[in-house]
Design a protein around this ligand. Structure first.
Ligand SMILES: NC(=O)c1ccc[n+]([C@@H]2O[C@H](COP(=O)([O-])OP(=O)(O)OC[C@H]3O[C@@H](n4cnc5c(N)ncnc54)[C@H](OP(=O)(O)O)[C@@H]3O)[C@@H](O)[C@H]2O)c1
Length: 323
């Protein structure tokens, strides 16, 4: 059955959650990686995992920030699991490779990978290998780290086929800002034909988040022993939203954002739902708050668009292979 289109309003102000984090099972024997687990939605995700006894790795770029986050996590009530830092900078393909190598010396399997880390910037920027920063970090870096971790995810499924490994990509409702055709190798940053009223940063961010959906669905077609899903976590009060640099955005930050955003804690619910609910086993599904399957833009369902993006993405990675 085709999932329903869920209105913008209902995604912004979702109905009460039917599934809650209390339904997460005991995770004593689980190894879980959360990229960007030191902040915002990732932090809340790690907190719930630790409350359910998981062994969690926070894969992030800044050790000092992660150390501070871990100290704070350990002060939270009900925290029982084990948490460690592993260095990962998604803006650098070499760092992604070093991370995957280091990680495979520490663990032989990964039960769940939360591809949560991401950026939303107002000013232009590039990654170490020269990709536009949103597509470079949110899409290419995230796709590459997932590819490199596939052997460990497959090992987890092989060890317990009744509960296959899962990968959850944190996408966004704003994936609707991607071009209608979805992807073109001639214009991978979707800079052409910018719709009236849409800023370039919002185009780039939305497009990069749409590419997460394409990655999830293409990887799903290639690797049936793992479950890949994507989620919109909600419009959530986290550091991602920034404080703004001009008067209008500062006023918006203090007087508008608090009324229309969900608290940070609620931002973790949908990705935890994808990782632990029965419904989250639906391969290639896309979920919105708080755990409702929803339609993506039509191009997301097109295998040719999925193939074209992943082919381009992997060709960029290959072109920039380590010497
Ligand atoms: N907040 C929302 O309303 C919203 C809505 C839809 C989707 N999302 C998505 O939700 C995810 C989490 O965002 P959030 O709102 O929780 O924001 P956040 O608090 O800013 O967290 C983002 C995390 O990603 C990490 N990160 C950024 N660049 C990285 C890089 N190059 N390498 C490794 N890690 C990197 C950040 O690390 P540092 O702390 O070192 O910067 C941080 O840990 C993102 O993918 C975002 O696109 C958020």
């Amino acid at each position: 059955m085709t999932p329903p289109t869920i209105s913008r309003y209902s995604q912004l102000f979702p109905p009460r959650a039917e599934w809650t984090v209390a339904e997460i099972p005991d995770l004593s024997d689980k190894v879980i990686v959360v990229t960007g687990g030191n902040s915002g939605i990732g932090y809340e995700t790690v907190l719930e995992l630790l409350r359910h006894n998981a062994k969690v790795y926070i894969a992030a770029r800044n050790q000092a920030k992660v150390d501070a986050a871990i100290a704070e996590l350990k002060r939270q009530p009900g925290v029982k699991g084990h948490v460690e830092f592993v260095k990962l900078d998604l803006a650098d393909l070499r760092s992604i490779e070093a991370f995957a190598k280091e990680f495979s010396t520490r663990e032989k399997q990964i039960d769940i990978l939360f591809d949560n880390a991401g950026i939303m910037e107002n000013t232009p920027g590039k990654t170490v290998q020269g990709f536009e920063q949103h597509v470079g970090i949110n899409s290419i870096g995230t796709h590459y780290v997932t590819k490199l971790l596939l052997p460990l995810l497959k090992a987890a499924t092989a060890a317990h086929p009744e509960s296959p490994a899962r990968v959850v990509f944190t996408s966004s409702f704003l994936h609707i800002n991607a071009p209608e055709h979805g992807f073109s190798a001639e214009d991978p940053y979707a800079e052409k034909d910018l719709p009236e009223g849409m800023s370039m940063p919002m185009r780039l961010y939305g497009t990069s988040k749409f590419y997460n959906i394409l990655s999830a669905r293409k990887l799903q077609r290639e690797h049936s022993d793992i479950v890949f899903t994507a989620v919109h976590p909600g419009y959530v009060r986290t550091p991602l939203l920034g404080k703004g640099t001009d008067l209008m955005s500062t006023l918006r930050h203090y007087f508008v954002i608090p009324w229309i955003t969900l608290p940070q804690k609620s931002g973790a619910v949908t990705q935890l739902y994808a990782a632990f609910s029965e419904a989250g086993l639906k391969k290639g599904a896309y979920f919105v708050p708080y755990g409702r399957e929803a339609a993506t833009i039509p191009a997301g369902d097109d295998p040719k668009v999925q193939d074209a993006f992943v082919e381009w993405c992997e060709s960029q990675i290959a072109k920039n292979a380590a010497a």
